[in-house]
Design a protein around this ligand. Structure first.
Ligand code: C5P
Length: 210
C-alpha cells in the first residue's frame, strides 16, 4: 500500500515549495496537479484554439503527459489565468483527475498538491493539509519572487489577480477549492517555509506511526 499526502490551498500559498520539500524528505513521488491544468491550457493557447470549447479542451487534457510537465515553461502568468478558466470544465477535470489518481498509487508514497486533492482526487489520503495565507501575504511573496527574477512587477495588480483567481477556484460548481473536513489547516501568513515544513512533518510522522 502506498502512502498519499494530499496538499491543497489557494494560489501562491507556498504549497508547491512545501510539497517538493516533503516529497524529497520522505523519498516520495511528487505531482503538482496545477501543471496538468496549465499544460492543457498551454496546448490550446499554442494552437490558437479557443478556451471555451469543452470537448476540445478535454481532448488536450487526455494528451497531457505527466512525465513531460515543465514548470519553468508552464509557470507564466497568462498560462495560469487560462488554466483557471478551463479548470471549471467537468470533462477536463475528469480526464486530468484520472491521470492524477493513477499517479497517486505509485510506491512507496506520493505527494500531490492542488485544489481538490483531499476532497476529490484522493479522498482517502491518510494525510491532508490545507495550506493557506492571507491574500496580501501571498501577493507580497509572488511580487518578491518576480522582482527577484529581474522582472518589474506591480503589487496591486498581483493582489487583484490573486483575489480574482481565489473567487474563480472557490466559486466553481465542479470541485471548488475548499478544505476537506479532515484536513489539517496550515496558515503560513506568519510562518517561514522551514516552520511550515516542520509543522507538516509532525502531522505526517504521527500518521505514519504504526
Ligand atoms: O496551482 P496553479 O496556480 O498552478 O494552478 C493553476 C490553476 O489550475 C488554478 O488556478 C486552478 O484553477 C486549477 N487547478 C485546479 N485543480 C487542481 C490544481 C489546479 O482546478 N487540483
Amino acid at each position: 500500500m502506498t502512502f498519499i499526502i494530499a496538499i491543497d490551498g489557494p494560489a501562491a500559498a507556498g504549497k508547491g515549495t512545501l510539497s517538493r520539500r516533503i516529497a524529497e524528505d520522505y523519498g516520495f513521488h511528487h505531482l503538482d496537479t496545477g501543471l496538468t491544468y496549465r499544460a492543457t491550457a498551454k496546448a490550446l493557447l499554442d494552437a490558437d484554439l479557443p478556451l471555451d470549447d469543452e470537448l476540445l479542451a478535454e481532448e488536450m487534457a487526455r494528451e497531457v503527459e505527466l512525465a513531460g510537465l515543465d514548470r519553468s515553461v508552464l509557470s507564466v502568468h497568462s498560462v495560469g489565468e487560462a488554466a483557471s478558466k478551463i479548470a471549471v470544465m467537468p470533462l477536463v477535470r475528469q480526464a486530468l483527475v484520472e491521470a492524477q489518481r493513477a499517479f497517486s498509487k505509485r510506491e512507496p508514497g506520493t505527494v500531490l498538491d492542488g485544489r481538490d486533492i483531499g476532497t476529490v482526487v484522493c479522498p482517502d489520503a491518510p494525510v491532508k493539509l490545507y495550506v493557506t495565507a492571507s491574500p496580501d501575504v501571498r501577493a507580497r511573496r509572488r511580487f518578491d519572487e518576480i522582482v527577484a527574477s529581474g522582472i518589474p512587477a506591480d503589487y496591486l495588480e498581483i493582489l487583484a489577480d490573486i483575489i480574482k483567481r481565489d473567487e474563480r477556484d472557490m466559486g466553481r460548481a465542479d470541485s471548488p477549492l475548499r478544505p476537506a473536513d479532515d484536513a489539517h489547516l496550515l496558515d503560513t501568513s506568519e510562518m517561514s517555509i522551514e516552520a511550515a515544513f516542520l509543522a507538516a512533518k509532525s502531522i505526517i510522522d504521527a500518521a505514519l506511526k504504526p
